[in-house]
Design a protein around this ligand. Structure first.
Ligand SMILES: [Zn+2]
Length: 453
């Protein structure tokens, strides 16, 4: 193969998922090369394989960036995160419902100020890229300009992001409420403005069943039918108190998930945050409909919500698609490495062993599949978008020492998901452009379109 006109190639140790390690042996699902080449043209990967096999296919003029001591992997996918909650991450001492009242709603009220939304969106995008995350499914606030601020910032980096305006028409402060009609109209205007513009994708975003009336949930279902490829994100069975509340608010429904199903919100591009307290029937409904769950272990531990039964969810007899979410600010880190660290412990507490290949599947290809985007992102493979994270297994003196005792890429991956965080991200590429370089003097971020600061 001769890729003419390719713009850049990355060389170094590399690893990518090729299959589902919850359904096949992990070893069969990971492709690794000690010295690989990722060839990129116009933002798309055109070749991936051993350097020795590909080097003679390269034009002499191509720029090769060499990372001999790093590990090139697909960019991480965060399946559930709230950008307006950056300012309240690490807030003390509450479970979900009290935490929403005490911390979340006041933080989100500050987004009535469009300039504040822009400031936080600016920081949030950069912190995602610093963590090696190249796609995220993002809750904004009820304010439409919070969505504009987020997508405008993502567009500066040409990043594949999914986001939407939160819908709430009850059980929240008046300043954060819309109505079923207003939420529909504002969402539709945002869909028309952003869905499919560049790499932006829109998600209809009712916060969760308790803050939406039946009329608003029905309006959300109607919104999903207005364009092809729209997403749905909301919360599901996160906390026992919340589950009880939903039962009281919707006594006619068979389950919490049934509230959403009744409104037409359970389908192949639906991403339900948490699902900690689901029953077998709910897993079957998710499997049959193609709906996905976002596993958010740092949040579930921090808020005391419970232990997600990952291995029950992905049971090969009726597998449910699962992505990995940070759920900042309920979660405690935007790093998918730190999120995997806690996912391993949650799995251990539920009697299972989450190996490194399974962990990286959740954070990359599994997340892409959960979103129905596996043809575009989540792998190092020809034809996919060149969103790439360059990891540094020797990021700290301690990691450097410990990495000396690793004898395989699988061991290095497990080390990274145990000890790693944003310090272990050497560089991040979005659509083939280096947008973050830890070693760059001055500003490590390089948006394609500079910000107005
Ligand atoms: Zn959440």
């Amino acid at each position: 193969m001769n890729p003419p006109g390719c713009s850049i190639a990355l060389r170094g140790p590399a690893a990518t998922l090729t299959g589902n390690p919850f359904e096949q042996p992990s070893r069969a699902c990971l492709a690794t090369h000690d010295d690989a080449l990722v060839v990129i043209e116009n933002g798309i990967i055109t070749a991936f394989g051993p350097y020795a096999a590909l080097r003679d296919t390269l034009p002499a003029s191509i720029e090769i960036v060499h990372y001999p001591d790093n590990l090139i992997v697909p960019g991480f996918i965060d399946a559930h995160v709230h950008y307006p909650q950056m300012q309240m991450i690490g807030a003390f001492g509450a479970q979900l419902l009290e935490w929403l009242e005490t911390y979340t709603f006041p933080a989100e009220m500050s987004f009535a100020d469009a300039a504040h939304a822009q400031r936080v969106a600016h920081l949030f995008l950069r912190e995602l890229l610093r963590a090696g995350t190249t796609t995220a499914m993002v809750y904004c606030t009820v304010h439409p300009h919070s969505v504009d601020a987020f997508f405008a910032e993502a567009e500066r980096f040409d990043a594949r992001m999914i986001a939407g305006k939160v819908l709430m028409d009850r059980n929240a402060p008046a300043a954060l409420l819309d109505t079923a009609q207003r939420g529909y109209d504002e969402s539709l205007a945002l869909i028309e403005r952003w869905h499919g513009r560049g790499r932006a994708l829109y998600s209809v975003t009712p916060r969760f069943a308790p803050t939406s009336t039946d009329a608003q949930l029905d309006a959300a279902g109607a919104l999903l039918k207005t364009r092809n490829g729209l997403f749905l994100q909301t919360h599901l069975c996160e906390n026992p108190g919340e589950v009880e509340w939903v039962r009281a608010l919707f006594p006619a429904r068979a389950s919490y998930l049934d509230v959403y199903a009744h409104a037409g919100l359970v389908g192949p591009r639906s991403m339900f945050g948490h699902g900690v307290h689901l029953h077998e029937g709910d897993f079957c409904t998710c499997h049959q409909s193609g709906a996905a769950l976002a596993h958010c272990p740092t949040s579930n531990l921090f808020l005391g919500s419970g232990l997600f039964r990952l291995f029950d969810a992905v049971d090969p007899r009726r597998p449910v698609k699962v992505g990995l979410g940070t759920d900042v600010g309920g979660g405690t880190s935007l790093s998918q490495l730190q999120t995997l660290n806690e996912a391993y412990k949650v799995a251990a507490l539920t009697g299972h062993r989450l190996d490194a290949v399974q962990g990286f599947y959740l954070a990359t290809l599994g997340g892409a599949r959960a979103l129905g985007l596996e043809e575009r992102i989540g792998r190092l493979a020809p034809g996919t978008e060149a969103d790439i994270c360059v990891l540094d297994p020797k990021a700290t003196p301690f990691m450097d020492f410990r990495a000396g005792y690793c004898s395989s890429i699988e061991e290095l991956l497990f080390l990274l998901m145990t000890l790693g965080d944003d310090r272990a991200v050497r560089a991040t590429y979005v659509a083939g452009r280096r947008v973050y370089d830890r070693e760059r003097a001055g500003d490590p971020f390089m948006p394609a379109v500079p910000s107005q600061e």
